[in-house]
Design a protein around this ligand. Structure first.
Ligand code: UD1
Length: 418
Protein backbone atom coordinates (compact mmCIF):
# COMPACT_ATOMS: atom_id res chain seq x y z
CA UNK A 1 0.00 0.00 0.00
CA UNK A 2 1.39 3.41 -1.01
CA UNK A 3 1.47 6.51 1.11
CA UNK A 4 2.38 10.16 0.69
CA UNK A 5 4.95 11.75 2.97
CA UNK A 6 4.36 15.48 3.00
CA UNK A 7 6.19 18.37 4.62
CA UNK A 8 3.72 21.21 4.42
CA UNK A 9 3.77 24.95 4.53
CA UNK A 10 5.46 25.92 1.25
CA UNK A 11 3.87 28.26 -1.30
CA UNK A 12 3.29 26.87 -4.81
CA UNK A 13 4.79 28.48 -7.92
CA UNK A 14 4.73 27.28 -11.52
CA UNK A 15 2.58 25.64 -14.17
CA UNK A 16 0.21 22.70 -14.00
CA UNK A 17 -0.98 20.96 -17.17
CA UNK A 18 -4.49 19.57 -16.81
CA UNK A 19 -5.34 16.01 -17.93
CA UNK A 20 -8.35 15.03 -20.01
CA UNK A 21 -11.44 14.69 -17.85
CA UNK A 22 -11.96 11.38 -16.09
CA UNK A 23 -15.72 11.88 -16.22
CA UNK A 24 -15.59 12.58 -19.96
CA UNK A 25 -13.25 9.72 -20.87
CA UNK A 26 -15.16 6.97 -19.02
CA UNK A 27 -18.41 7.31 -21.02
CA UNK A 28 -16.37 7.62 -24.24
CA UNK A 29 -14.77 4.27 -23.46
CA UNK A 30 -18.22 2.78 -22.98
CA UNK A 31 -19.30 4.36 -26.29
CA UNK A 32 -16.35 2.85 -28.15
CA UNK A 33 -18.08 -0.53 -28.51
CA UNK A 34 -20.93 1.06 -30.48
CA UNK A 35 -18.78 0.74 -33.60
CA UNK A 36 -16.69 -2.13 -34.88
CA UNK A 37 -14.22 0.35 -36.36
CA UNK A 38 -11.19 1.71 -34.50
CA UNK A 39 -11.61 4.38 -31.84
CA UNK A 40 -8.56 6.48 -30.94
CA UNK A 41 -8.57 8.63 -27.81
CA UNK A 42 -5.76 11.14 -27.35
CA UNK A 43 -4.53 12.60 -24.04
CA UNK A 44 -6.16 9.71 -22.21
CA UNK A 45 -5.26 9.94 -18.50
CA UNK A 46 -3.51 6.91 -16.98
CA UNK A 47 -5.74 6.74 -13.91
CA UNK A 48 -7.09 3.64 -12.19
CA UNK A 49 -10.72 4.17 -13.31
CA UNK A 50 -9.60 4.32 -16.94
CA UNK A 51 -7.39 1.24 -16.56
CA UNK A 52 -10.32 -0.67 -15.02
CA UNK A 53 -12.60 0.41 -17.85
CA UNK A 54 -9.99 -0.78 -20.38
CA UNK A 55 -9.94 -4.13 -18.59
CA UNK A 56 -13.73 -4.33 -18.93
CA UNK A 57 -13.40 -3.65 -22.67
CA UNK A 58 -10.78 -6.40 -22.91
CA UNK A 59 -13.13 -8.81 -21.09
CA UNK A 60 -15.81 -8.02 -23.69
CA UNK A 61 -13.37 -9.11 -26.40
CA UNK A 62 -12.02 -5.72 -27.55
CA UNK A 63 -8.38 -5.27 -28.45
CA UNK A 64 -6.86 -2.23 -26.77
CA UNK A 65 -3.46 -0.57 -26.80
CA UNK A 66 -2.45 2.31 -24.55
CA UNK A 67 0.84 3.88 -25.49
CA UNK A 68 1.98 7.13 -23.98
CA UNK A 69 -1.30 9.09 -23.89
CA UNK A 70 -3.07 7.48 -26.84
CA UNK A 71 -5.61 4.74 -26.33
CA UNK A 72 -6.73 2.66 -29.31
CA UNK A 73 -9.82 0.45 -29.02
CA UNK A 74 -10.74 -2.09 -31.65
CA UNK A 75 -13.98 -3.84 -30.80
CA UNK A 76 -14.48 -5.64 -34.14
CA UNK A 77 -14.17 -9.03 -32.38
CA UNK A 78 -16.06 -8.13 -29.19
CA UNK A 79 -18.49 -10.94 -28.44
CA UNK A 80 -19.04 -11.05 -24.69
CA UNK A 81 -22.01 -9.26 -23.10
CA UNK A 82 -21.15 -9.93 -19.44
CA UNK A 83 -19.21 -7.48 -17.28
CA UNK A 84 -17.37 -9.43 -14.59
CA UNK A 85 -18.47 -8.69 -11.05
CA UNK A 86 -14.95 -7.97 -9.70
CA UNK A 87 -14.48 -5.18 -12.26
CA UNK A 88 -18.00 -3.77 -11.96
CA UNK A 89 -17.52 -3.48 -8.21
CA UNK A 90 -14.27 -1.54 -8.69
CA UNK A 91 -15.85 1.08 -10.88
CA UNK A 92 -19.24 2.77 -10.79
CA UNK A 93 -18.90 3.89 -14.40
CA UNK A 94 -19.15 0.26 -15.46
CA UNK A 95 -22.91 0.96 -15.34
CA UNK A 96 -22.53 3.01 -18.59
CA UNK A 97 -21.56 -0.21 -20.27
CA UNK A 98 -25.14 -1.39 -19.83
CA UNK A 99 -26.48 1.05 -22.46
CA UNK A 100 -23.74 0.44 -24.99
CA UNK A 101 -23.46 -3.35 -24.49
CA UNK A 102 -27.21 -3.74 -24.96
CA UNK A 103 -27.07 -1.52 -28.05
CA UNK A 104 -24.28 -3.69 -29.48
CA UNK A 105 -25.39 -7.23 -28.51
CA UNK A 106 -29.10 -6.95 -27.68
CA UNK A 107 -28.29 -8.26 -24.20
CA UNK A 108 -26.13 -7.34 -21.22
CA UNK A 109 -25.31 -8.73 -17.79
CA UNK A 110 -23.57 -6.68 -15.12
CA UNK A 111 -23.05 -6.90 -11.36
CA UNK A 112 -24.25 -3.91 -9.35
CA UNK A 113 -21.52 -1.27 -9.68
CA UNK A 114 -19.15 0.00 -6.99
CA UNK A 115 -17.13 3.24 -6.96
CA UNK A 116 -16.57 5.73 -4.14
CA UNK A 117 -18.51 5.00 -0.97
CA UNK A 118 -20.17 8.41 -0.71
CA UNK A 119 -23.80 7.41 -0.21
CA UNK A 120 -26.51 5.21 -1.68
CA UNK A 121 -25.79 5.92 -5.38
CA UNK A 122 -28.78 4.02 -6.76
CA UNK A 123 -29.13 3.08 -10.45
CA UNK A 124 -32.94 3.21 -10.61
CA UNK A 125 -32.97 6.10 -13.11
CA UNK A 126 -30.61 4.25 -15.43
CA UNK A 127 -32.86 1.19 -15.37
CA UNK A 128 -36.09 3.19 -15.71
CA UNK A 129 -34.63 4.98 -18.75
CA UNK A 130 -33.57 1.72 -20.39
CA UNK A 131 -37.01 0.18 -19.72
CA UNK A 132 -38.59 3.13 -21.55
CA UNK A 133 -36.47 2.14 -24.57
CA UNK A 134 -38.09 -1.34 -24.38
CA UNK A 135 -35.22 -3.10 -22.63
CA UNK A 136 -36.37 -6.04 -20.47
CA UNK A 137 -34.60 -5.95 -17.13
CA UNK A 138 -34.34 -8.60 -14.45
CA UNK A 139 -32.39 -8.17 -11.24
CA UNK A 140 -31.18 -11.36 -9.58
CA UNK A 141 -28.44 -12.20 -7.07
CA UNK A 142 -26.65 -8.84 -7.32
CA UNK A 143 -26.73 -8.90 -11.16
CA UNK A 144 -28.69 -6.82 -13.65
CA UNK A 145 -29.72 -8.84 -16.73
CA UNK A 146 -30.95 -6.91 -19.77
CA UNK A 147 -32.31 -8.01 -23.12
CA UNK A 148 -34.16 -6.43 -26.00
CA UNK A 149 -35.27 -7.28 -29.52
CA UNK A 150 -34.81 -3.71 -30.65
CA UNK A 151 -34.30 -0.37 -28.92
CA UNK A 152 -37.26 1.90 -29.57
CA UNK A 153 -37.04 5.68 -29.21
CA UNK A 154 -38.96 7.13 -26.28
CA UNK A 155 -39.78 10.37 -24.48
CA UNK A 156 -38.06 10.10 -21.08
CA UNK A 157 -38.32 12.42 -18.09
CA UNK A 158 -35.59 11.94 -15.50
CA UNK A 159 -36.82 12.35 -11.91
CA UNK A 160 -33.53 14.10 -11.18
CA UNK A 161 -30.79 15.23 -13.61
CA UNK A 162 -28.47 12.27 -13.14
CA UNK A 163 -25.26 12.52 -15.16
CA UNK A 164 -24.80 8.77 -15.49
CA UNK A 165 -28.45 8.05 -16.35
CA UNK A 166 -28.42 10.78 -19.05
CA UNK A 167 -25.26 9.28 -20.56
CA UNK A 168 -26.55 5.72 -20.36
CA UNK A 169 -29.79 6.62 -22.15
CA UNK A 170 -27.83 8.44 -24.88
CA UNK A 171 -25.58 5.39 -25.33
CA UNK A 172 -28.51 2.98 -25.50
CA UNK A 173 -30.64 5.06 -27.88
CA UNK A 174 -28.03 6.40 -30.30
CA UNK A 175 -28.51 3.39 -32.61
CA UNK A 176 -32.14 2.83 -31.66
CA UNK A 177 -35.25 3.07 -33.83
CA UNK A 178 -36.70 6.58 -34.10
CA UNK A 179 -36.18 9.54 -31.81
CA UNK A 180 -35.47 9.63 -28.08
CA UNK A 181 -35.95 12.77 -26.03
CA UNK A 182 -34.40 13.02 -22.53
CA UNK A 183 -36.04 15.71 -20.42
CA UNK A 184 -34.59 17.10 -17.18
CA UNK A 185 -31.27 15.78 -18.52
CA UNK A 186 -28.02 16.56 -16.71
CA UNK A 187 -26.31 19.66 -18.18
CA UNK A 188 -22.72 18.80 -17.20
CA UNK A 189 -20.08 19.69 -19.83
CA UNK A 190 -19.05 16.02 -20.00
CA UNK A 191 -22.45 15.28 -21.61
CA UNK A 192 -21.60 17.76 -24.40
CA UNK A 193 -18.30 15.96 -24.83
CA UNK A 194 -20.10 12.62 -25.21
CA UNK A 195 -22.49 14.23 -27.71
CA UNK A 196 -19.55 15.67 -29.73
CA UNK A 197 -17.75 12.32 -29.70
CA UNK A 198 -20.81 10.36 -30.84
CA UNK A 199 -21.75 12.94 -33.49
CA UNK A 200 -18.21 12.65 -34.84
CA UNK A 201 -18.95 8.91 -35.18
CA UNK A 202 -22.08 9.69 -37.21
CA UNK A 203 -24.72 10.02 -34.46
CA UNK A 204 -27.49 12.63 -34.54
CA UNK A 205 -27.66 14.10 -31.05
CA UNK A 206 -28.55 17.68 -30.14
CA UNK A 207 -29.24 19.61 -26.95
CA UNK A 208 -26.23 18.41 -24.92
CA UNK A 209 -25.57 20.99 -22.19
CA UNK A 210 -29.28 21.86 -21.95
CA UNK A 211 -31.98 20.04 -20.04
CA UNK A 212 -33.57 18.55 -23.18
CA UNK A 213 -31.51 16.19 -25.32
CA UNK A 214 -32.74 14.77 -28.63
CA UNK A 215 -31.27 11.61 -30.08
CA UNK A 216 -32.29 10.51 -33.56
CA UNK A 217 -31.33 6.87 -33.94
CA UNK A 218 -28.87 6.03 -36.74
CA UNK A 219 -28.16 2.64 -38.34
CA UNK A 220 -24.41 2.59 -37.75
CA UNK A 221 -21.55 4.50 -36.19
CA UNK A 222 -18.03 4.64 -37.60
CA UNK A 223 -14.56 4.92 -36.03
CA UNK A 224 -13.32 8.19 -34.54
CA UNK A 225 -10.20 9.97 -33.35
CA UNK A 226 -10.90 12.31 -30.44
CA UNK A 227 -9.31 14.43 -27.72
CA UNK A 228 -11.62 14.66 -24.68
CA UNK A 229 -12.29 17.90 -22.79
CA UNK A 230 -9.99 18.96 -19.93
CA UNK A 231 -10.68 17.83 -16.37
CA UNK A 232 -12.47 20.70 -14.64
CA UNK A 233 -12.25 18.91 -11.28
CA UNK A 234 -8.48 18.42 -11.52
CA UNK A 235 -8.16 22.10 -12.52
CA UNK A 236 -10.35 23.08 -9.57
CA UNK A 237 -8.23 20.97 -7.21
CA UNK A 238 -5.05 22.83 -8.21
CA UNK A 239 -6.78 26.23 -8.01
CA UNK A 240 -7.82 25.39 -4.45
CA UNK A 241 -4.24 24.21 -3.75
CA UNK A 242 -2.97 27.68 -4.70
CA UNK A 243 -5.64 29.35 -2.58
CA UNK A 244 -4.60 27.20 0.42
CA UNK A 245 -0.81 27.31 0.06
CA UNK A 246 -0.31 30.76 -1.40
CA UNK A 247 2.01 31.46 -4.33
CA UNK A 248 1.10 31.73 -8.01
CA UNK A 249 0.00 28.97 -10.35
CA UNK A 250 -0.75 28.88 -14.05
CA UNK A 251 -3.31 26.17 -14.76
CA UNK A 252 -2.94 25.20 -18.41
CA UNK A 253 -5.36 23.54 -20.83
CA UNK A 254 -8.64 24.28 -19.08
CA UNK A 255 -12.04 25.80 -19.96
CA UNK A 256 -12.62 28.49 -17.32
CA UNK A 257 -16.36 28.62 -18.09
CA UNK A 258 -16.69 25.04 -16.84
CA UNK A 259 -15.52 26.00 -13.34
CA UNK A 260 -17.16 29.41 -13.08
CA UNK A 261 -18.82 28.45 -9.77
CA UNK A 262 -15.41 27.81 -8.17
CA UNK A 263 -13.76 30.89 -9.70
CA UNK A 264 -16.52 33.09 -8.24
CA UNK A 265 -15.94 31.63 -4.78
CA UNK A 266 -12.14 32.00 -5.00
CA UNK A 267 -12.49 35.65 -6.05
CA UNK A 268 -14.87 36.22 -3.10
CA UNK A 269 -12.14 35.16 -0.66
CA UNK A 270 -9.75 37.58 -2.41
CA UNK A 271 -7.66 35.27 -4.61
CA UNK A 272 -6.48 37.09 -7.73
CA UNK A 273 -7.57 35.22 -10.84
CA UNK A 274 -6.97 36.02 -14.51
CA UNK A 275 -8.26 33.94 -17.40
CA UNK A 276 -6.52 34.01 -20.78
CA UNK A 277 -7.66 31.57 -23.48
CA UNK A 278 -7.19 28.09 -22.00
CA UNK A 279 -5.09 29.27 -19.03
CA UNK A 280 -6.06 30.39 -15.55
CA UNK A 281 -3.58 32.33 -13.42
CA UNK A 282 -4.19 32.36 -9.68
CA UNK A 283 -2.41 34.22 -6.90
CA UNK A 284 -3.36 32.79 -3.53
CA UNK A 285 -2.40 33.34 0.09
CA UNK A 286 -2.69 36.41 2.31
CA UNK A 287 -5.90 36.94 4.24
CA UNK A 288 -8.60 34.62 2.96
CA UNK A 289 -12.07 36.06 3.53
CA UNK A 290 -14.94 33.78 4.54
CA UNK A 291 -16.45 31.53 1.87
CA UNK A 292 -19.76 32.05 3.73
CA UNK A 293 -22.07 29.51 2.06
CA UNK A 294 -21.51 26.73 -0.47
CA UNK A 295 -24.18 24.34 -1.68
CA UNK A 296 -23.32 21.55 -4.10
CA UNK A 297 -25.69 21.37 -7.05
CA UNK A 298 -25.93 19.92 -10.52
CA UNK A 299 -24.01 21.91 -13.16
CA UNK A 300 -23.66 24.92 -13.40
CA UNK A 301 -23.89 25.00 -9.58
CA UNK A 302 -20.96 24.26 -7.29
CA UNK A 303 -19.75 20.71 -8.13
CA UNK A 304 -20.02 18.02 -5.47
CA UNK A 305 -16.63 16.70 -6.66
CA UNK A 306 -14.99 19.90 -5.34
CA UNK A 307 -16.86 19.88 -2.03
CA UNK A 308 -14.11 18.07 -0.12
CA UNK A 309 -11.28 20.31 -1.44
CA UNK A 310 -13.26 23.50 -0.76
CA UNK A 311 -14.07 22.24 2.75
CA UNK A 312 -10.32 21.92 3.34
CA UNK A 313 -9.90 25.51 2.11
CA UNK A 314 -12.77 26.75 4.32
CA UNK A 315 -10.84 25.43 7.35
CA UNK A 316 -8.23 28.19 6.91
CA UNK A 317 -10.53 31.00 5.73
CA UNK A 318 -11.63 33.78 8.07
CA UNK A 319 -14.96 33.39 9.90
CA UNK A 320 -17.64 30.77 9.32
CA UNK A 321 -18.57 28.77 6.23
CA UNK A 322 -21.62 26.57 5.82
CA UNK A 323 -21.20 23.76 3.30
CA UNK A 324 -24.30 21.85 2.21
CA UNK A 325 -23.85 18.59 0.28
CA UNK A 326 -27.03 18.08 -1.72
CA UNK A 327 -25.98 15.24 -4.01
CA UNK A 328 -24.49 12.46 -1.91
CA UNK A 329 -25.43 11.41 1.62
CA UNK A 330 -22.10 10.47 3.15
CA UNK A 331 -19.58 12.71 1.44
CA UNK A 332 -18.01 14.14 4.61
CA UNK A 333 -15.52 11.36 5.36
CA UNK A 334 -12.62 13.83 5.07
CA UNK A 335 -14.05 15.90 7.96
CA UNK A 336 -12.80 13.77 10.92
CA UNK A 337 -9.36 13.74 9.29
CA UNK A 338 -9.36 17.54 8.88
CA UNK A 339 -10.41 17.87 12.54
CA UNK A 340 -7.31 15.84 13.50
CA UNK A 341 -5.28 18.54 11.73
CA UNK A 342 -6.82 21.20 13.96
CA UNK A 343 -9.85 22.19 11.84
CA UNK A 344 -13.01 23.33 13.60
CA UNK A 345 -15.93 21.60 11.83
CA UNK A 346 -19.32 20.31 12.95
CA UNK A 347 -21.38 18.07 10.65
CA UNK A 348 -25.16 17.88 10.98
CA UNK A 349 -26.80 15.70 8.34
CA UNK A 350 -25.88 17.10 4.95
CA UNK A 351 -24.34 20.33 6.29
CA UNK A 352 -20.83 21.03 7.57
CA UNK A 353 -20.29 24.15 9.71
CA UNK A 354 -16.69 25.28 9.44
CA UNK A 355 -15.10 27.93 11.65
CA UNK A 356 -11.79 29.09 10.21
CA UNK A 357 -8.52 28.57 12.09
CA UNK A 358 -5.25 30.36 11.22
CA UNK A 359 -3.39 27.18 10.25
CA UNK A 360 -3.74 23.38 10.04
CA UNK A 361 -1.15 21.03 11.55
CA UNK A 362 0.39 17.92 10.02
CA UNK A 363 -1.14 14.54 10.93
CA UNK A 364 -1.33 10.90 9.78
CA UNK A 365 -4.33 10.85 7.45
CA UNK A 366 -6.37 8.21 5.63
CA UNK A 367 -7.91 8.93 2.22
CA UNK A 368 -11.49 7.62 2.46
CA UNK A 369 -12.54 8.36 -1.13
CA UNK A 370 -11.20 9.97 -4.30
CA UNK A 371 -11.96 13.67 -3.80
CA UNK A 372 -11.71 13.44 0.00
CA UNK A 373 -8.21 11.98 -0.45
CA UNK A 374 -7.24 14.87 -2.73
CA UNK A 375 -8.62 17.35 -0.18
CA UNK A 376 -6.55 15.82 2.63
CA UNK A 377 -3.43 15.94 0.45
CA UNK A 378 -4.02 19.67 -0.17
CA UNK A 379 -4.61 20.22 3.54
CA UNK A 380 -1.32 18.44 4.32
CA UNK A 381 0.59 20.37 1.66
CA UNK A 382 -0.64 23.67 3.14
CA UNK A 383 -0.31 22.63 6.82
CA UNK A 384 2.51 23.29 9.26
CA UNK A 385 4.68 20.22 9.82
CA UNK A 386 4.77 16.68 8.52
CA UNK A 387 1.81 14.54 7.36
CA UNK A 388 1.26 11.16 5.81
CA UNK A 389 -1.71 10.19 3.62
CA UNK A 390 -2.50 6.49 3.19
CA UNK A 391 -4.99 4.57 1.00
CA UNK A 392 -3.79 6.31 -2.14
CA UNK A 393 -5.66 3.83 -4.35
CA UNK A 394 -8.65 6.19 -4.05
CA UNK A 395 -6.66 9.20 -5.27
CA UNK A 396 -5.14 7.13 -8.09
CA UNK A 397 -8.65 6.47 -9.40
CA UNK A 398 -8.92 10.04 -10.66
CA UNK A 399 -5.60 11.92 -10.63
CA UNK A 400 -2.60 10.91 -12.71
CA UNK A 401 0.74 11.85 -11.18
CA UNK A 402 -0.93 13.96 -8.49
CA UNK A 403 2.19 14.07 -6.32
CA UNK A 404 4.48 14.82 -9.30
CA UNK A 405 2.30 17.77 -10.32
CA UNK A 406 2.29 19.11 -6.74
CA UNK A 407 6.04 18.55 -6.33
CA UNK A 408 6.61 20.23 -9.72
CA UNK A 409 5.21 23.49 -8.31
CA UNK A 410 7.15 23.36 -5.06
CA UNK A 411 5.25 21.09 -2.66
CA UNK A 412 7.40 18.72 -0.60
CA UNK A 413 5.58 15.47 -1.27
CA UNK A 414 6.75 11.98 -2.17
CA UNK A 415 5.19 8.55 -2.44
CA UNK A 416 6.59 5.55 -0.65
CA UNK A 417 5.52 1.90 -0.81
CA UNK A 418 4.98 0.39 2.63
C1 UD1 B 1 -21.25 11.60 -11.89
C2 UD1 B 1 -19.75 11.77 -11.78
C3 UD1 B 1 -19.36 12.04 -10.33
C4 UD1 B 1 -20.13 13.24 -9.79
C5 UD1 B 1 -21.63 13.07 -10.03
C6 UD1 B 1 -22.43 14.31 -9.67
C7 UD1 B 1 -18.93 10.32 -13.54
C8 UD1 B 1 -18.18 9.11 -13.91
N1 UD1 B 1 -19.12 10.55 -12.22
O1 UD1 B 1 -21.61 10.48 -11.08
O2 UD1 B 1 -17.95 12.33 -10.30
O3 UD1 B 1 -19.91 13.34 -8.40
O4 UD1 B 1 -21.89 12.79 -11.42
O5 UD1 B 1 -21.98 15.40 -10.38
O6 UD1 B 1 -19.32 11.10 -14.40
N2 UD1 B 1 -29.36 9.14 -8.58
C9 UD1 B 1 -30.49 8.41 -8.32
N3 UD1 B 1 -30.78 7.35 -9.14
C10 UD1 B 1 -29.98 7.01 -10.21
C11 UD1 B 1 -28.83 7.78 -10.46
C12 UD1 B 1 -28.54 8.85 -9.62
O7 UD1 B 1 -31.22 8.68 -7.38
O8 UD1 B 1 -30.30 6.05 -10.92
C13 UD1 B 1 -29.02 10.28 -7.68
C14 UD1 B 1 -27.72 10.04 -6.93
O9 UD1 B 1 -27.91 9.32 -5.75
C15 UD1 B 1 -27.26 11.45 -6.66
C16 UD1 B 1 -27.75 12.22 -7.87
O10 UD1 B 1 -28.75 11.41 -8.50
O11 UD1 B 1 -27.88 11.97 -5.52
C17 UD1 B 1 -26.68 12.55 -8.87
O12 UD1 B 1 -26.02 11.38 -9.27
P1 UD1 B 1 -25.45 11.21 -10.74
O13 UD1 B 1 -25.53 12.50 -11.45
O14 UD1 B 1 -26.11 10.03 -11.36
O15 UD1 B 1 -23.92 10.86 -10.46
P2 UD1 B 1 -23.04 9.81 -11.23
O16 UD1 B 1 -23.41 9.78 -12.68
O17 UD1 B 1 -22.96 8.56 -10.47
Amino acid sequence: MDKFIIEGGRPLYGEVEIQAAKNAVLPLLAASILTDERVIIHRCPRIRDVLNMIQILNELGCRTSFERETLVIDSADAANHEIPSALAKELRSSIFMLGSVIARFGKARIAYPGGCDIGLRPVDLHLKGLKSLHVRIEEEGGYINCACDRLNGADILLDCPSVGATENIILASVKGEGTTVVRNAAKEPEICDLQNFLNKMGAKISGGGTSTIRIEGVKRLHGVEYTPMPDRIEAGTFLIAAAMCGGELEIKGVFADNIAALLHKLREISCKITVKNDKIYIKGGGVRKSLRMIETMPYPGFPTDLQAPITALACICEGATVIVENLFETRFKHVPELIRMGADITVRGRAAFVRGVPVLHGADLVAGDLRGGAALTLAAVSAEGKSTVTDLSHIDRGYSGFEYKLAGVGAKIRRIRV
